[in-house]
Structures are given as structure tokens and as C-alpha cells.
Design a protein around this ligand. Structure first.
Ligand code: SF4
Ligand code: SF4
Length: 511
């Protein structure tokens, strides 16, 4: 491994010499030990220093990525650009800079949208750099405050690590929302006793669905039958612990057997999209295996600097699914899919899981990708909508390079016109939990998206990620006069079309 000093970014930039910038100065040494010795020890354990140095060297500072970066577009400051951030990361890797609080703030100001990867002619793996840089921030505690540490412990180490606990919280939230208690709390003014940050977030709390995915989808489903709607009677649930299911009954020869990932946020807020995904797969001749209790994929953890928990969750997924028996493992969430396809990289140093993770990566398919690759049967009826536009999830288009397939599927639906959305691949500001951690910048991006949506005059916008779905839904709810008032997903429109086709066939039989 060649380890050279970091190249400097252009001298007119504020980030040209990060070490000389007071914002990026090393943290004060209160221990009384030699600062040189202390720094050298800290540097040796730096995660960025341990990263394959060729990844850091890939950037040739051409600046081609700058126009596509939403944070650079906002500030026009080099340090807020992909090139500037990579220089900072390289300075940390080289030991020229410690992961200070300012470094941490810069890494968390980045959306992680990966638009820079799409624009980069050198093929810079910004996603790996970004995840490692955030992990370094967490390792050093550069951004730590008691409040932040508590919320990270509660969410990353408990709620999103334990699917049953997350569902229990979802059930409690559902009762709070449906019992009228939420209405009373909002009207009574009790919310003013919350800290300002939580008060601002309260209206964005997603509505919890009346039933979760395992109450809508049986563990194994076969045949071409389409359920009339997600409100149909639930199948018998066979709750097993993660890890219990590792083999399946004999495969029906006529069917391609696929597994369906139900996600965590998707499971609580949009389980009907999981039902729709299963229905579309069934309508295309698949046998669908959906374990009733599934762990989070770990993308939330990886994107927020908790790579250890991300590895734990990846191992649980590998224990749960019989990868060798499956034609594909289907995801319908862009953010999850981008992470799920990198388990091989995540577990490369784990001898017990590395080979399985490699096989897993090859089997994970986004639903649109899978349908287009294997041939999607055009539905014989419309979906009830006539005009739609399409917003691209960053991690579907930039992370997975899946751009044409969702559009191709929408165009298969009879009577539906797709109007292109200007800047369709520009981030909507959701970006994982960016709307919570950076509400101001997130709101600016959402406003830009709503302006673009208005130009299409489409009443419906389709997208393929629960985070984007919620962000757009919150934005449109706050603007009741906006021409677009419905957020949906391509797979939902496709499932509706298949259901309409089946209803028409049944009506003909009844005549
Ligand atoms: S991930 Fe997005 S916000 Fe971050 S540097 Fe790349 S383009 Fe800019
Ligand atoms: S486009 Fe790629 S190589 Fe050029 S500055 Fe941006 S990250 Fe570096």
C-alpha cells in the first residue's frame, strides 16, 4: 500500500490548507502527555488511515462533481463540496488533521446523496469514504454531546437493532395517533414544553399503518392470485425469531422463488407497499418468501458512523435468508438497496460470513431492476391514475444506477402518462435522517423539489424510498394548493393495475 501525503486542493479555497484553518485545528490536549505521541497514537487507530489508500487517491481534483453537489450549490464553498471533503478526509488519513468538531460538522452537513459519484469521471467511491469518515467521527467522539449520545444509543443500538421493539414502539405510536390523544396533545399546547428541536419534528412524525407487513403477507405465497387490497384479511402469521428460518419447502418448478425484504420504516409506515411488491411479483410468476420478523438492513447505522451495528445486522440478514435457494432477494427501498448490495464489502474481513455476503450481493435486486431484467408482464388494465411524475431516490439512481427501469414500468401501465420532473435526481432533503439533523438545509431542498413538482402539473408523484415518500408527503401536506397532492410508488401503481385487470376478468366470468 502506497501511503503518500495528501494533495492540496486549490489554494484559493478555504479548505486549501485545512490544518491551518482554525476551524479544523487539532483538539486541545488536556492529558499532559506529549501532543506528538498522543497524536501519533490517535492517527494510527484512525479508520481513514486504515482505509485502502487507493480509494483516497482516486480524486484528481477536477471539480466535475461540484455542480451536482447540493451542499456546494447552496454555499459555493470548497469545504462543502465532494472535492473539499475528500481533501479533508485525506488530511485526516495522512495525520495532517484530527477529526475535530468542525470536521464532524462537515461530514454531517454532507447529504450522502452520492450525486458526486454519478458525476465523477474518475470513479471515486465517495460512499465508502463518507461512511468511513462518519465512523471516524463517532470513534473519536468529535461530535459527541450527552443528548446526541443518548439518542444514538436509543435509536441505533436498541430500536433499529431489535425489530420486535421497533414494532412495539410503532404500536404505541399508532394508539397515540388513532385514539385522539395526539389531537388533544396538539390542541392543548402541551407540545410547547418539548425542546425546540423535538417540537419542530412533531408534525413530521409519520402516520403508523394499522397493520404491519407480517399481518398483510404470508411467509410463503405462490400463484398469480392478487389480493383485492391491503385491507384484505391477513394471512396466518408464523412468527419466528430471526435466524430460525434457513430452509424452505420444495420449490414450485414453474415459479421463480424470491425473498422480499420488508424493511423497518417501510414496515411501520408503508406496509401496503410491501404487499403491493409481493402482488406484482406474484403477478409475474414468482413465489414470494417473506420472513415475518426481519431485522433492519443496517443502512441507517452505516450512514451514521455505526459500522459495528451495521455488520451485526448484515450477519442477521444472512442467517435469516437461504441465499442459495433464492433466485433473488428483493428490496423496494432505494436507500436500503444501495446498502444491501454492499454486504460483501462490509463483511470482507469476517471469515464466517464473507463468502455468503458475496453471494448475497449478487442476489439482491431492486424491485424495478428485477422486473425489467426478468420481463414484466404489461397489466391489462389501468391503475386509476392518468398522469404521474417520478422523483428519483438518490440511493436508487446514484447508489444503484437504476434510473430507466422505474420509468419503463410506469410506461407499461395502460392510460398512464409519465411527465418528466425537472431535476428528478436532485436530493429532496430527506437523506436518511438529514431532515432531523439539518432541518434548515433539508427544508431548502424540499422547497426546490416542490417548485419543480409544480411545473409538471402532475397530480401524482411516484418515488421509491420511504424517506423520500415521507419527505414529499410532509411537504405537500404543508402546501394544500400544490397541483400535486398524492405521493405513491411505481410498484403500487403497477399492483393497482394488475388488481383492476383481475377484477375485470372476474366481472367477465360473472356475466
Ligand atoms: S454525497 Fe451529495 S452532498 Fe455529499 S459531497 Fe456528494 S454530492 Fe455533495
Ligand atoms: S469529479 Fe471525482 S475526481 Fe473530480 S473532483 Fe470530484 S470527486 Fe474528485
Amino acid at each position: 500500500m502506497i501511503h503518500t501525503k495528501s494533495a492540496l486542493i486549490p489554494s484559493q479555497s478555504p479548505a486549501a490548507n485545512p490544518a491551518a484553518n482554525p476551524l479544523f485545528s487539532c483538539k486541545a490536549n488536556h492529558t499532559g502527555r506529549s501532543p506528538v505521541l498522543l497524536f501519533s497514537r490517535m492517527h494510527q487507530s484512525s479508520l481513514l488511515a486504515k482505509l485502502d489508500y487507493s480509494v483516497l487517491q482516486q480524486c484528481m481534483h477536477c471539480g466535475m462533481c461540484l455542480p451536482s453537489c447540493p451542499t456546494y450549490d447552496e454555499t459555493k464553498r470548497e469545504r462543502n463540496s465532494p472535492r473539499g471533503r475528500i481533501s479533508l478526509m485525506r488530511a485526516v488519513a495522512d495525520g495532517d488533521l484530527t477529526a475535530s468538531r468542525a470536521f464532524a460538522e462537515e461530514m454531517y452537513y454532507c447529504l450522502g446523496c452520492l450525486a458526486c459519484e454519478t458525476a465523477c469521471p474518475a470513479g471515486v467511491d465517495y460512499g465508502s469514504l463518507f461512511e468511513t469518515a462518519r465512523a471516524e467521527v463517532e470513534r473519536t467522539g468529535a461530535a459527541a454531546t450527552p443528548q446526541r449520545t443518548f439518542w444514538r444509543w436509543l435509536t441505533l443500538r436498541h430500536l433499529f437493532l431489535k425489530p420486535r421493539l421497533l414494532r412495539a414502539l410503532g404500536t404505541a405510536l399508532r394508539i397515540y395517533q388513532k385514539s385522539g390523544l395526539q389531537f388533544v396533545v396538539r390542541k392543548s399546547g402541551l407540545l410547547r414544553f418539548l425542546p425546540l428541536s423535538l417540537r419542530a419534528l412533531e408534525p413530521q412524525t409519520p402516520t403508523i399503518a394499522p397493520r404491519f407487513s407480517h399481518e398483510l403477507i404470508a411467509e410463503v405465497e405462490r400463484g398469480f392470485a392478487i389480493r383485492p387490497s391491503a385491507s384484505a384479511e391477513p394471512p396466518p402469521s408464523q412468527n419466528k425469531e430471526p435466524g430460525e428460518t434457513n430452509s424452505l419447502p420444495p420449490q414450485t418448478p414453474a415459479h421463480r422463488r424470491v425473498a422480499l425484504l420488508t424493511g423497518c420504516v417501510q414496515d411501520l409506515t408503508f406496509p401496503h407497499i410491501n404487499r403491493d411488491t409481493a402482488d406484482v411479483l406474484l403477478a409475474n410468476g414468482c413465489e414470494v418468501f417473506t420472513p415475518p420478523v426481519q431485522p433492519c438492513c443496517g443502512s441507517l447505522h452505516a450512514h451514521n458512523g455505526d459500522l459495528e451495528s451495521a455488520r451485526t445486522l448484515a450477519r442477521r440478514q444472512l442467517d435469516l435468508f437461504p441465499v442459495g435457494e433464492l433466485h433473488a432477494i428483493i428490496t423496494n427501498a432505494g436507500g436500503c438497496g444501495s446498502h444491501l448490495k454492499k454486504y460483501g464489502h462490509l463483511l470482507a474481513d469476517d471469515p464466517a460470513y464473507a463468502a455468503r455476503a458475496h453471494d448475497w450481493d449478487a442476489k439482491v435486486k431492486d424491485i424495478h431492476e428485477y422486473l425489467v431484467e426478468n420481463g414484466c408482464r404489461p397489466p391489462g388494465a389501468g391503475c386509476g391514475e392518468t398522469s404521474v411524475t417520478y422523483h428519483e431516490s438518490c440511493h436508487l439512481c446514484h447508489g444503484q444506477k437504476i434510473t430507466a427501469q422505474p420509468r419503463q414500468l410506469l410506461k407499461l401501465i395502460p392510460g398512464l402518462t409519465l411527465t418528466e420532473l425537472p431535476e428528478s435526481s436532485w436530493c429532496c432533503g430527506s437523506a436518511g435522517i438529514y431532515n432531523i439533523t439539518q432541518p434548515e438545509q433539508s427544508a431548502k431542498l424540499l422547497a426546490r423539489k416542490l417548485t419543480n413538482l409544480a411545473t409538471t402539473q402532475a397530480p401524482v408523484v411516484a418515488t421509491s424510498n420511504p424517506g423520500c415518500h415521507l419527505q414529499l408527503q410532509n411537504g405537500l401536506t404543508a402546501h394544500p394548493g400544490h397541483p400535486c397532492q398524492t405521493v405513491t410508488q411505481p410498484v403500487t401503481l403497477l399492483a393497482r393495475a394488475y388488481r383492476a385487470e383481475m377484477a375485470a376478468a372476474e366481472a367477465r366470468l360473472d356475466r
